[in-house]
Design a protein around this ligand. Structure first.
Ligand code: PEP
Ligand code: MN
Length: 360
């Protein structure tokens, strides 16, 4: 895939005074629900109205979407509000139905992006379309798989392309529903600066009260837009109830977000600075997280030592760790002095933890 300006032509043409906004319910539930939310979003910053018609649920037996009838409701939305429409497609039939009903933007969901077979089927069905097609990241943090899907669409002569960052699955429970792994999105942006990059804070956080912060981080990292699930009565939503916001809250979020435009040199400098600072903030959080995990492991060792009645300080082991880390640090451009200081501090904290356990 060449890195041409053409990739973002559709977005530039819109000449938006703010980031692109895609909003609407996780799922179309009833005609009334679909239309009511659309009317509430009509005179806001929202550019595309989203609603899931076929819902890919992790376990069967949950609400799996209203199906094709929902596409007629989306047509009605366009007629009554003028909003452009968007939905997820996951196979050839979905594509054909969505095109028949004149959906303006189609996206490939995270569970489909993982499968090159499905992506190819969708690309073939969409061949040459002038609709906008966005690719959500695969559920696993695999940049090649994500880019591979974009390439399959690009090879099918689809020119209005973009990607949606919705976070990644983990075995471990974290504060996120899907951890952002921002560095992946940053790498993608570095390699394809002209590929529009949209953030989906709803599926990253899984919780409505975290949506603002994740959206702000995304904008600080120069994302081009946001996809935010919006519902008139979020708590009663048939899917993803915990993460949807009301239209009123969405408007407030858009108002409060600091949107940093690249206009003159000064703004560009500030933009770069904020971008780098946002990256530092992410890494600092990771540092604290990883140090917390290290201390937990250390607690486990403390427990073993207590049972075996051995001393907390094992000098040989400690010297071996230090020697190894000084070499590793050197390879990463860290001075011996810094590595020593840092590991002494970590070691001291670790000893404090283990002392507490042994003496408890
Ligand atoms: C959605 O957007 O409602 C959805 C199912 O998202 P994802 O593919 O990111 O899970
Ligand atoms: Mn959803």
């Amino acid at each position: 895939m060449e890195n041409s300006k053409k990739l973002r032509g559709w977005l530039d043409e819109m000449a938006l005074p703010h980031p692109l906004v895609i909003a609407g319910p996780c799922s179309a539930e009833t005609e009334k629900q679909v239309l009511q939310i659309a009317h509430d979003l009509k005179d806001t910053d929202v550019n595309f109205y989203r609603a899931g018609i076929w819902k890919p649920r992790t376990r069967p037996g949950n609400f799996e979407g209203v199906g094709a009838i929902g596409l007629r409701w989306l047509q009605q939305v366009k007629k009554e509000t003028g909003l452009k429409t968007a939905t997820e497609v996951a196979n050839r039939t979905h594509v054909e139905l969505a095109l028949e009903h004149d959906v303006d933007l189609l996206w490939i969901g995270a569970r489909s992006t993982v499968s090159p077979f499905i992506v190819q089927e969708i690309a073939d069905a969409l061949k040459g379309t002038d609709k906008i097609v966005l690719v959500k990241n695969p559920v696993n943090p695999d940049l090649s798989l994500w880019l591979g899907a974009v390439e399959r669409l690009h090879s099918a002569d689809i020119e209005k392309l973009g990607v949606i960052h919705r976070g990644f699955s983990t075995y471990e429970k974290t504060k996120y529903r899907n951890i952002p792994e921002w560095q992946l999105a940053i790498e993608l942006q570095t390699r394809f600066p002209d590929l529009p990059l949209i953030n989906d804070p709803s599926h990253i956080t899984g919780k409505r009260d975290m949506i603002f912060d994740v959206s702000q981080t995304a904008l600080d990292l120069n994302f081009d837009g946001l996809m935010i699930e919006t519902h008139c009565d979020p708590e009663k939503a048939w899917s993803d109830a915990a993460q949807q916001v009301t239209p009123k809250r969405l408007v407030q979020i858009m108002e409060d977000l600091k949107i940093r435009k690249e206009t003159d040199e000064e703004a560009e400098y500030k933009n770069d600075l904020n971008n780098l600072r946002a990256q530092i903030d992410i890494i600092d959080n990771q540092l604290i997280d990883i140090l917390g995990k290290r201390m937990q492991v250390s607690d486990g060792i403390g427990l073993l030592k207590k049972q075996r009645n051995v001393a907390v300080l094992q000098t040989n082991r400690w010297n071996a760790i230090l020697g190894k880390m000084i070499l590793e640090g050197e390879a990463k451009g860290l001075s011996e002095e810094f590595v020593l200081k840092m590991f002494k501090a970590i070691h001291q904290e670790s000893i404090n933890h283990q002392e507490k356990i042994i003496n408890s």
